[in-house]
Each structure stands twice: as C-alpha cells, then as structure tokens.
Design a protein. Sequence first.
Length: 483
Amino acid sequence: MQFKTIKEINAGLVSKKFSAEELIKYTFDLINENKDLNCFISLDEENALAKAKKIKVKKDSHLLSGIPIAQKDLFCAKGIKTTCGSKMLENFYPPYNSKVVEALDAAGSICVGKTNMDEFAMGSSNETSFFGNVHNPWKKGFVPGGSSGGAACSVAAGLVPAATGTDTGGSIRQPAALCGLTGIKPTYGRISRWGMIAFASSLDQAGPVCRTAEDCSILLDAMSGYDSRDTTSLNLDPTNTFADLSKPYENLRIGIVDEFNIDALSKESQTLFNESLKVFESLGASIHKISLPNINQSVPTYYVIAPAECSSNLSRYDGVKFGHRSLEAEDLESLYINSRSEGFGDEVKRRILIGTYVLSAGYYDAYYKKAQQVRRLIKNDYEKAFKEVDLIVSPTSPSEAFEFGSKGTQDPTELYLEDLYTISSNLAGLPALSMPHGFVNGLPVGIQLTGNYLEESMILNFANRFQQSTDFHNAKPTFEDFQ
Ligand code: GLN
C-alpha cells in the first residue's frame, strides 16, 4: 500500500483486499522502518489501532473511511501531545480537538500521529524545529521544505497517503513542491482555524498535502465549511471540489506574471515551465501575459505583517498561562524572561523582536501601517488581473530542495526568499496549489496555480486534468541513500 493514493487504498478496503486494521498495522511498520526521516514528533498507535478495529469500510462509506493520515503538530488533538515544533509546548496535551482534527476524524480517517514542522510554522526548510531536521525522502541530508516539512515527508515517503499542513506564506505549497507532491492552500477562511495554533492569524490557512489533486479535493471537502468558533470562518457550505473534478471548465485563460521574470530562472527550470505551459494549452487553455505591479513588494510586506502578528500571538507563552516554565526564576519578571528565553528558538525570537519593533509607537506608521497599505495594493493587483484571466501560473519555489545548513545560516533573508512566489496569495487571501511538474538535478520541483477567491474547484479540476496527461505525480523516491 506504500505510495498509493486515497482512491486506490479505498478500493482495497471496499473490496476487502485488506482490512482497516491490517492497513494501520502495515502503516506503523512502515513508519517505524523509516524513523530516520524524522517526520513525526509523536505517534498515536494505540488509538489508531483501536479505531481501525471498529471500522468496516463499505461502498457508500466516506472515501476517507479507514484512511491513515498525519496531522501537522499544530492542530490541537485531544490528549495527544501538540508541540508546534517548539520546546515551549514540549509537554502540551490539548484538552480539545481542532476543527481540522474533528472534521477528518468524523469523515472516518485515522490519525496516525503528529508531524514535525518548523517551530511555530516559521521557516521554509524545517530546520527550525526543536525536534530536529526532517530529511527529504528524495535525498538524505536535504531539506523537505517548510514549515509543513514533516507532513510532506510522510506523504512523499509513502508512509501515509495524505497529511494536513498549514500555509501562512507558502508552508503547504513549498514543501509539496520540494517533495514532489500536490498541496493546496484554500481561500482564507475556507477552513476553520479553531484549535490551530496561531502564527499570523490574518494569513494562516490549513490545507491538504497529498500525492494528487484528486486526493487533495477529498481532504479539502472534508476539512472546509463554516465554523462559528472561528470569527474569520467564511459562512459557506463545505467545498464540493471532488464532484467538480468532472465539471467541464472550458477555455481557461491562464496568466503569466511579467514581474516574476521567468527568464531569470535556470535554463532547466525555464524549460520545465514552458513545457508545462504547452500541456496547459493542449488542455484547451490560452496563455496571457499579465502584470501585478506591486508583487515584488510581497516578501518585505509579509516580513513586517507576519512578525507583527506573531509577536502578539506568541505573547501568551509566558510560563504562567501557557508554555514552558523556567525553573530558574526568582520573581515574576525573571519567570517571564527565562521561560521565554528557554522555550523559544532563535528564529521565533527574531520574529518576535521584529514584530515588537514594527508595532512600537514610534515605528508603527513607518512599517506596520505602510505594510498594510502595500498589502491592499497587492490585493487590488490580483483583483484586476482576475478580470483578465481565470488562473495565474508561476513556479512554486525558486529552487529545488537544498542541503541542510546551506541557506539562511548567515543571512536569514536568503531563506525568506524561498517564498517569493507563494507569499502574495496569503497576503491577498487567494487559493493556490502546487503540483509536481518535473525534476531539476534529480529533485522534484513544482508549478503553482493561483485562482480567484473561492475558485478551489477550478484550480483542482485543472490540476487533475494536468495530472491525467502527465506522470510527474507518480514518481517515487528510491531511498537509496537511507539505511
Ligand atoms: N516560510 C515562511 C515563513 O517562514 C512561511 C511559513 C508558513 O507558511 N508557515 O514565515
């Protein structure tokens, strides 16, 4: 069952080729054989087995019934350690389930464990986790991308067919790209953030990481829908993207962004990009040049807004109300200082410092207010562009997976630029998907489709058609350099 899609596993369960219990036992064997990937922070074998024993998958059961999935370790799961990749929450056992956990449980899927991630979802390489680096299954010692690196690794290694991720500036799409997978960040508000540990609340969105667009649609439909516990939840029914996969979206107009300067990419990447455009045309789409004049301001804008929001969200971890408590304290102030100094890693501290600075009375107008104004301009650019085209295409990431420690150690902005193509859709709140479209230096790379608000069906439909005409999503890593 390794490397199979949800649809394929479901067929095996329905035809009784194997039972849900056999499947879960097999999944834990696989996970245990591949511990060196370090993609899980904790496993939940006992509950998973107990649930699997009770499940009888029938023809009319939910497609997720009995399917093993991995949850990113920032979705609160009742009684299961939820760390957010941080020492700060090393011993946090939530008393309730997040909406995402609740919804996927209700659909009958079986959570096998919680995946490793960059600390508080801050990072693009999964190197900021308190629980250590995650390997890219395509090459040991190389990053899987971040922050949902454990999620992408667990699916790319074939341990589970699907995982949840979150995307504040690219954390679903970039690891999906670097691991040869498909991942979608829906429209902001589509999936409830209830019980999802906050990084930057106006940007954070949950979403699936799977092998195919079809599988992503199955998860998205189960995860989405209005939730009164999240005040930014869109008051809409769950998506119906799976049924819409067979809808004929004719003559789609696809935009290429002038400012993304595709000509500056490596020759290999340009060739892959142009070949994919040809596939798009063979599917009946037309290609158009468009301009998003303010798009190149998206990385600096994000790195004001996201730290500002995180500095506020993370103020709750004071060793009293939440989080790690230092044993070294003499009074209240040193308790706060020591608990936070010990509990947070360097990248999180850097973001808190930046965020506190840009929100301070003297600098608020110069940085935070200005960034919010530019955010509006970026949103306006997209609104204008979507009058001319239906989808916008770009690479997902400027490069393929890279070696541990090779980027961002001297200058963190090197890593921040990893999200050059992904960040603007978070700033605008738009849905965007990454899917594999080839290899550079033997490593997978992704292409990104961004749609207008609520157009998840169109994006997944088109990605599914691309995957029916290409084979990149079927490629598997060989694990040659893993023992
Ligand atoms: N890489 C970006 C950051 O470090 C985005 C992370 C994310 O989407 N969670 O903030």
